[in-house]
Design a protein. Structure first.
Length: 461
């Protein structure tokens, strides 16, 4: 079937929204699409062993609102085929990339089987050739033909994302999964940064900050995020009002704010007072505070920071802990053996898993700014307009990342070399072509594979 592609915001009739909610029930959370209701209802009509094939909006393969929907489908049905046509040209009137889904209803009490899913992926202009290949069950001799068809195991698919991608990316995921490789989510807690609720009232430029008296500047922190992270470094060009200390709120009354930051209050807070009081989730009596200040930033400590959207170069290390993350994410180390997968222990006692060891953070900075890691972002993180990856927690948590404290996989020499590369990135050397090649080679060794099996020769970005 080819259900209508109608996202929630375009469902203008109340009866349409209610119909979608009724069909999806508990699965209808967030901004659902009408296509989800059609597929769920169609699949529900299948007898045991019967098959449903449907065209669908490709973004539904990994939207957050579709997470429980995909999980429910995977529980009741075998996913036989996932397809995606890259771009928007195949269906001329469509505003989203088209995807394809084939499901088969499982029989009750059927023993679990080792099933595979067929993936069809085509670039713009190669859709008809791909469909012909699917009908004839013939596969291209190489990936340069603009379309691919291949099988992946169940380990590649999770409810977080069913998005069909190029064979190299999906098979890379399968091979790393089989080795038991740790992920970002195993090693780090990834947190979204500050939400101000009104950036123009809280975020100042360097020039604006310099215009404030020195005693007022102590209530501001330099910003790490979309606008300040470039080439693996952070530029202190934006500053956020942060009236919090290690014990919490520092300015607790309107009078204290006026007294401690009078010029900032008159220039930014007072003119925006009405809008600040109307922010959702804010106490009107404390209208000068941020909506989400993120209490883990009260204490200044070193951390890996990323932008909301990005790729290689969008990861930096705040070695002094001075930056506050706005429009970005913080990676905090899971300390004292809290990784989810068992790891070897050093002879003589419990391992010290502190992230503040001299080499560890710098070594990770090297890996996450490699093209090797970027190839894994391609496998898990959707691209947004402009080609950048969505680095949200739910996507990046699944990206494979080696445990650099696992001395059965990573030697002391390799750790030192990665750390040296990370320090050079921190100094602003990521644009050096020779360094980029070195980082890629070191990162591939940490993952346990030759560089050439991961990435193509350097493209210059």
């Amino acid at each position: 079937m080819n259900p209508p592609f109608v996202p929630w915001e375009r469902l203008t009739a109340d009866e349409d929204r209610q119909a979608v909610k009724t069909v999806l029930g508990e699965l209808g959370t967030g901004r659902v699409d009408m296509a989800m209701a059609f597929i769920w209802k169609g699949a529900g009509s299948l007898d045991n062993g019967a098959v449903l094939a449907s065209v669908m909006p490709a973004p539904l393969f990994e939207t957050e609102s579709g997470l429980t929907w995909r999980k429910a489908l995977a529980t009741k049905y075998d996913v036989l085929l996932l397809g995606r046509f890259e771009g928007y040209s195949f269906f001329r009137e469509s505003m989203v990339e088209p995807g394809m889904l084939v499901l088969r209803r499982k029989a009750p009490h059927e023993p679990p089987l080792d099933r595979s899913t067929k993936v069809l992926f085509a670039k713009t202009g190669r859709e008809e050739v791909a469909l012909r290949g699917l009908r004839q069950d013939s596969r291209p001799s190489d990936e340069d033909q603009g379309w691919e068809m291949f099988d992946v195991g169940e380990s590649v698919l999770s409810s977080a994302s069913w998005m069909p991608r190029a064979r190299r990316s999906m098979q890379l995921v399968e091979s790393l999964s089989e080795t038991g490789m740790t992920t970002v989510g195993d090693l780090f807690r990834v947190h979204q940064g500050i939400r101000t609720g009104l950036n123009k009232a809280f975020v100042l430029s360097s020039e604006e900050l310099k215009g404030l008296p020195k005693r007022e500047r102590k209530f501001f922190r330099p910003v790490a995020g979309n606008s300040t992270i470039r080439n693996g470094t952070i530029s202190p060009s934006r500053y956020v009002f942060y009236p919090y200390g290690t014990t919490g709120i520092l300015l607790k009354t309107d009078g204290e704010v006026k007294s401690e930051v009078p010029k900032y209050y008159a220039g930014w807070l007072a003119p925006n007072a009405d809008a600040l009081k109307q922010r959702r989730g804010i106490d009107p009596d404390s209208w000068w505070l941020l909506i989400r200040e993120r209490h883990w930033q009260w204490t200044r400590k070193p951390k890996i920071v990323t932008s909301y959207f990005g790729y290689r170069g969008s990861f930096a290390y705040d070695d002094m802990g001075e930056y506050a993350v706005v429009q970005g994410y913080v990676w905090l180390w899971k300390r004292n053996g809290t990784t989810q997968k068992p790891k070897p222990t050093h002879v003589g006692g419990k391992r010290d898993r502190s992230f503040y060891r001299p080499l560890l953070p710098w070594a990770y900075l090297g890996i996450v700014n490699s093209r090797v890691f970027e190839s894994l972002l391609e496998a898990f993180c959707p691209r947004v307009q402009g080609g950048q990856f969505n680095l949200s927690t739910r996507f990046v948590n699944r990206v494979f990342l080696p445990d650099l404290l696992d001395d059965l996989r990573v030697t002391a020499m390799l750790l030192e070399e990665l750390a040296d590369a990370g320090r050079r990135i921190h100094r602003g050397d990521l644009g050096d072509t020779k360094l980029m090649g070195t980082i890629d080679e070191l990162a591939a060794r940490a993952y346990g594979a030759p560089t050439g099996s991961w990435i193509d020769p350097p493209s210059g970005r």
